[in-house]
Design a protein around this ligand. Structure first.
Ligand SMILES: Cc1cc2nc3c(=O)[nH]c(=O)nc-3n(C[C@H](O)[C@H](O)[C@H](O)COP(=O)(O)OP(=O)(O)OC[C@H]3O[C@@H](n4cnc5c(N)ncnc54)[C@H](O)[C@@H]3O)c2cc1C
Length: 533
């Protein structure tokens, strides 16, 4: 059966798309709204604003790629679809970070787990971070709307063996677990979501909101990077952008974009970087601070039977047993999940040397990986990272504090206990020099003694949040609870950078729901002048 490529069909039907690498001359473009970035925030905003009858321009630094290009090969996917070819790291190189860079942003390559913002996070934001109007009751209808739009449903099929081990361990230990809701329609269960969905089952922005906006006449620029927000007297005047060539290097072509309203949706890290580079007013020096990662620890296990973690829905079970256990602002909690296991990802991220690494790779098909996502940003000793501008671009400093390492040690113990309870033969906390343990008792003792340290202990993240927080108090926030800038009257931020803490849950649905609310209010304001209530 031929796979229909909605992007190729859309382009053939006359969508307005400009590939920056093809541009030869400086030019200027105009619309009611210009959106920077086409990920979770940018995609949803583009659909809602164009449905409201506004003319919309979407600008994306990455390439336009679609199912015809998604050949399920890591060597193709990482350079084409990820920021820094999936090799981004914090400034001390202690944390590896994954973020998307193509039309659809990180949603094109994400693993489809869809979770509403936890009530604990919403309450903390209201009480501590001056966020207004985002209670469970007011937000749930927006989540519901986006769940319907993106076909978000509980995964009805058997979890793959990687996720099944997580489930079995939880059952045997009496721990909480949940079947994950996924944004898929007609999923083939291939397990290659991280390389772009080859069959367009994943309801990413690439195949949902962006085509819908283009059908309504919106204009898409790919391989165009916005480099400056031109502003004066509390108003944005234009965006200055550079066209990129086929290697993502700037060409000499400069573009100007003008609009009534501008939306920053470049994601955490890149939205704050663009705003800092443009000298946007920031009297309380908040931009780039409190960037959160849900830093992730990994525990590998070898089972006697095949796990085949590369195959089947990458995430279908999670456990919240430890997320909020010590109170919201107490000792850091962690969510337990599993990631997809593909050879390049595994070989490059597992580190370890010699025998252990060779053993893990030799047992690739029997290898099970559990991850603990640490909930950062609530405890006083968990302030996240700070993005700094450099001559070449930016750096993210992300100190790993004693409080974090205590959580890491607890999470290694939980993961080992879980994996043995699920029937693992051996378990290895992924930290340099750690052996495989063959019993929970030995693992427990070993984990109590193990040295945890940056560069020694593998820490990674695919969840980047914060750096341009929302709220009503200008000492705590850059934009209000609707994403409207406190300082520039025609600028809004709609992406993961607005979160004042991490979420304690995978971020995409939080971004979809909150953006839907905020973009709808903006559409009303721009079409009939009404201010949001
Ligand atoms: C491998 C992976 C797996 C993940 N799995 C899940 C999951 O299962 N569930 C979940 O909830 N979350 C998951 N996430 C995270 C989730 O996808 C992101 O949190 C979410 O997409 C962030 O949305 P955003 O709008 O903030 O930014 P993004 O979706 O990252 O989009 C930002 C876009 O803006 C573009 N951009 C940035 N700066 C500029 C500029 N100056 N000019 C033009 N364009 C620019 C970028 O190229 C990018 O395409 C995953 C992420 C990754 C990388």
């Amino acid at each position: 059966m031929a796979i229909v490529d909605p992007i190729i069909n859309g382009l053939n039907s006359g969508w307005l798309h400009t590939d920056g690498s093809q541009l030869k001359e400086n030019q200027q473009f105009e619309a009611d709204v210009v959106i920077v970035g086409t990920g979770a925030g940018g995609g949803v905003a583009a659909e809602i604003l164009s449905q409201a009858g506004l003319s919309v321009i979407m600008i994306e630094a990455g390439q336009l790629r679609s199912s015809t290009d998604f050949n399920m090969e890591e060597r193709v996917a990482y350079p084409n679809l990820y920021q820094q070819a999936a090799a981004m790291k914090t400034s001390d190189k202690a944390i590896g970070i994954f973020q998307g860079r193509s039309v659809g942003g990180s949603t094109t390559i994400n693993w489809t787990t869809s979770i509403r913002t936890p009530t604990e996070a919403l309450a903390f934001w209201e009480q501590q971070k001056s966020v207004k109007g985002l209670s469970r009751e007011t937000l749930d209808p927006w989540f519901e709307q986006m769940e319907q739009r993106l076909n978000i449903h509980e995964w009805k099929f058997e979890p793959n063996r990687n996720n099944a081990a997580l489930k079995q361990g939880c059952i045997n230990l009496g721990w909480d677990y949940t079947v994950i809701k996924r944004n898929v329609a007609g999923c083939w269960n291939t397990g290659y979501c991280g390389m772009g969905c080859p069959v367009n089952a994943k309801q990413s922005m690439l195949v949902t909101t962006i085509p819908s906006a283009l059908d309504k006449g919106a204009q898409l620029f790919s391989r165009v990077k916005v480099v400056k927000i031109e502003h004066h007297n509390g108003k944005v005047l234009a965006l200055k952008a550079q066209a990129l060539d086929s290697n993502s290097k700037p060409t000499s072509v400069e573009l100007m974009f003008k609009a009534k309203h501008y939306i920053m949706s470049g994601g955490a890290i890149h939205t704050p970087v663009l705003m800092m580079r443009s000298d946007v007013p920031d009297p309380h020096k908040l931009l780039g601070k409190r960037t959160f990662l849900h830093p992730v620890l990994l525990s590998g296990a070898i089972f006697s039977d095949a796990i085949n973690g590369h195959s089947g829905a990458p995430q279908s079970i999670y456990s919240d047993e430890f997320v909020w256990k010590n109170g919201v602002a107490g000792e850091l909690g962690y969510k337990l999940e599993v990631p997809p296991i593909h050879p390049v990802l595994m070989a490059s991220k597992l580190l370890g040397h010699g025998k252990e690494h060779a053993e893990a790779m030799a047992n690739f098909n029997q290898f099970q990986l559990t991850i603990a996502l640490v909930r950062d940003g609530y405890h006083p000793d968990s302030q996240g990272g700070q993005v700094r501008l450099t001559d070449k671009g930016f750096e993210l400093d992300y100190p790993l504090t004693e409080t974090f390492w205590r959580a890491a040690r607890r999470s290694f113990a939980s993961m080992a206990e879980l994996q043995f309870a699920a029937g693992a033969m051996k378990v290895m906390p992924v930290s340099d020099g750690m052996p495989y343990f063959t019993s929970w008792k030995d693992a427990k003792e070993g984990i109590e003694q193990m040295t945890l340290a940056p560069l020694k202990t593998v820490v990674a993240s695919a969840h980047v949040m914060g750096g341009c927080p929302f709220g009503e108090d200008e000492k705590l926030s850059m934009v209000d609870s609707y994403g409207q800038s406190h300082y520039l009257e025609n600028l809004s931020v709609m992406d993961g950078s607005i979160f004042p803490t991490s979420l304690g849950a995978n971020p995409q649905l939080s971004i979809y729901g909150i953006t839907a609310r905020n973009a709808t209010a903006l559409a009303q304001k721009l079409t009939d002048g009404r201010e949001p209530q």
